[in-house]
Design a protein around this ligand. Structure first.
Ligand SMILES: *[C@@H]1O[C@H](CO)[C@@H](O)[C@H](O)[C@H]1NC(C)=O
Ligand SMILES: *[C@@H]1O[C@H](CO)[C@@H](O)[C@H](O)[C@H]1NC(C)=O
Ligand SMILES: *[C@@H]1O[C@H](CO)[C@@H](O)[C@H](O)[C@H]1NC(C)=O
Ligand SMILES: *[C@@H]1O[C@H](CO)[C@@H](O)[C@H](O)[C@H]1NC(C)=O
Ligand SMILES: *[C@@H]1O[C@H](CO)[C@@H](O)[C@H](O)[C@H]1NC(C)=O
Ligand SMILES: *[C@@H]1O[C@H](CO)[C@@H](O)[C@H](O)[C@H]1NC(C)=O
Ligand SMILES: *[C@@H]1O[C@H](CO)[C@@H](O)[C@H](O)[C@H]1NC(C)=O
Ligand SMILES: *[C@@H]1O[C@H](CO)[C@@H](O)[C@H](O)[C@H]1NC(C)=O
Ligand SMILES: *[C@@H]1O[C@H](CO)[C@@H](O)[C@H](O)[C@H]1NC(C)=O
Ligand SMILES: *[C@@H]1O[C@H](CO)[C@@H](O)[C@H](O)[C@H]1NC(C)=O
Ligand SMILES: *[C@@H]1O[C@H](CO)[C@@H](O)[C@H](O)[C@H]1NC(C)=O
Length: 432
């Protein structure tokens, strides 16, 4: 019996497809569980196999057809051993009860002109995505690889910082679902974003990449969460060059646990307050059991001040309102990070006087750092971190307990603490 392209083979299952399909993911939440466990995902009853065309021809349209055909209860399979080229932006936000069993390798084309005009706009920081998955009850898994072909983007960005770079995997408007057992490689920009979504878990994701030219791979965040709630990110291994996980505006009820991050900018709240006249909320975040290696920061909270500030041509802002509340970083092991902890309400504004003159409109409260271990890098030693608020009126309730982080220096370790109630910080604080 021969499987034809996209032939719905539900009747043949399991006789012919046993061995073709990956087992459906059984995701365990451990040691913490999200506050709201997603509904169980019902079994799938039909299968659509996509064969690659080969020779760099565009497999995008066939993947889209398979998604339509297998919508409402099916599994789209990209079998192992196959390499898929995707040169078409794929809007997969119509999905209901669909699995994507990605065993093979998907590589996005390096046609930067096409992607800049066709990738989906995500309405935040000019982020776009190659493809977007959304709808209800969608699982993406299979042991395969998604390759963003980032090098051409790193080189182009070095010439023009205003190019629009795509995220590898965009989850947009998804209610319930999972992304697991995948390798993401060579992201042109952020690797994952989850927007307008609820109850989504990421499990066992590996992120790799980096530039092979002199132009760095910039902004290669592992995850960004935005306008989303009930998101779990766990058991993953990230090597990248920007935030390992970043909680962007309106990220609530997020659990991040059991991660190894190497080369990143830490697990970050923000940046927030970038856009004047918007209200950003980051609330009820639990970050547990992180090994952070070779990063600029372990735990980080970055908030823009109340007056305009500039970090770079393509990153400026300030004046936005909002709040960061109830965020816990519990058990973080530092290996060669520049700072173990960095809190700033002066993001983008190096002039502290100017920052304090226009305090942030975005408040910080109920923050907990506990059980930090390890050693920082020598970059700022013996300083191991900073907690800098723009005014105690808009920043308080920051607690640090059991912080046992050393530096390579023989001088006594200290933290810079400004405009903050340091009686709650069991840290060797110094001002200035
Ligand atoms: C784009 O990809 C094609 C096929 O993989 C390759 O031959 C070509 O050299 C790449 N172009 C650039 C600018 O990287
Ligand atoms: C998310 O939802 C908001 C409000 O409905 C909408 O304006 C925005 O376009 C959505 N974002 C994306 C990326 O779809
Ligand atoms: C997008 O980039 C342009 C510059 O190309 C900038 O003016 C604009 O503010 C950016 N938009 C967002 C939402 O960051
Ligand atoms: C994690 O995902 C990889 C594929 O990226 C897979 O090979 C491995 O078996 C998975 N690990 C577990 C524990 O399932
Ligand atoms: C912490 O995370 C590591 C993986 O990075 C895992 O091996 C270990 O079991 C986790 N510890 C706990 C207590 O869950
Ligand atoms: C971290 O990344 C660097 C280079 O990017 C690599 O040399 C090192 O082996 C990695 N460390 C771990 C623990 O993976
Ligand atoms: C965040 O949520 C608040 C309250 O619902 C809303 O006013 C604000 O517009 C949202 N911000 C974003 C960036 O979606
Ligand atoms: C704080 O957030 C945690 C989840 O991280 C949640 O379990 C707890 O109920 C929240 N506390 C309050 C007071 O909302
Ligand atoms: C940190 O990065 C350096 C340079 O990339 C690498 O040689 C080293 O192995 C990394 N450290 C760890 C612990 O991975
Ligand atoms: C924010 O917008 C208000 C009114 O439009 C303006 O007065 C203020 O200067 C702006 N602030 C920043 C930081 O851009
Ligand atoms: C910082 O800003 C203040 C207030 O505008 C100004 O007086 C001072 O010269 C600035 N300092 C530097 C180093 O630019």
């Amino acid at each position: 019996m021969k499987l034809s392209l996209l032939f719905p083979v539900s009747l043949l299952f399991p006789v012919c497809l046993a061995g073709l399909l990956s087992p459906r993911p059984q995701i365990h939440y451990s040691p913490y569980s999200p506050t709201h466990i997603p509904q169980p995902s019902p079994p799938r009853t039909k299968t659509c196999v996509v064969r690659s065309l080969g020779h760099g021809r565009d497999d995008g349209p066939a993947i889209l057809r398979a998604a339509r055909k297998c919508n409402n209860g099916g599994t789209v399979v990209l079998p192992r051993g196959q390499t898929y080229t995707v040169g078409t932006a794929l809007d997969l936000t119509f999905l209901r009860h669909v699995d994507f069993d990605i065993q093979g390798k998907v590589q996005f084309t390096n046609d930067t002109d096409y992607w800049q005009s066709h990738a989906f706009q995500l309405t935040f920081q000019n982020a776009t995505t190659f493809w977007q998955f959304g709808g209800e009850d969608v699982n993406i898994f299979g042991g395969g690889e998604l390759d963003g072909n980032g090098q051409v983007w790193y080189d182009l960005y070095a010439q023009d910082i205003y190019i629009l770079r795509p995220v590898i995997l965009g989850i947009v408007g998804l209610a319930g679902g999972s992304v697991s057992d995948l390798l993401l490689r060579n992201g042109p920009f952020w690797n994952n974003i989850v927007v307008n979504s609820t109850d989504v878990v990421y499990n066992n994701i590996t992120i790799r990449g980096g530039s092979t030219s002199n132009n760095p791979a910039k902004n290669t965040d592992g995850w960004d969460t935005y306008r989303s709630s009930g998101i779990t990110i766990q058991n993953s291994d990230v090597q990248n060059g920007d935030d390992c996980v970043s909680f962007k505006p309106n990220s609530t009820d997020i659990l991040v646990q059991n991660m190894v991050c190497n080369g990143s900018h830490g697990i970050s709240v923000g940046s927030l307050g970038q856009y004047n006249n918007t209200y950003d909320i980051v609330e009820n975040i639990y970050v547990y059991n992180i090994t952070m290696i070779n990063a600029s920061d372990g735990a980080r909270i970055k908030v823009w001040p109340g007056a305009p500030a500039t970090l770079s041509g393509d990153l400026q802002g300030g004046g936005g309102r909002g709040h960061v509340k109830n965020v816990t970083y519990d058990t973080l092991h530092n290996v060669n990070n520049d700072y173990a902890i960095e809190v700033t309400q002066c993001y983008g504004q190096k002039n502290r006087t100017l920052c304090n003159m226009y305090p942030s409109e975005l408040t910080i409260s109920d923050i907990y750092f506990r059980h930090f271990t390890g050693t920082t890098s020598k970059k700022y030693a013996p300083k191991a971190g900073t907690v800098i608020c723009s005014s105690p009126e808009v920043c308080g309730g920051i607690h640090a307990t059991d912080i046992d982080v050393s530096t390579p220096s023989t001088d006594a370790v200290y933290y810079t603490c400004e405009n903050v109630d340091d009686s709650l910080l069991e840290l060797p604080c110094r001002s200035g």
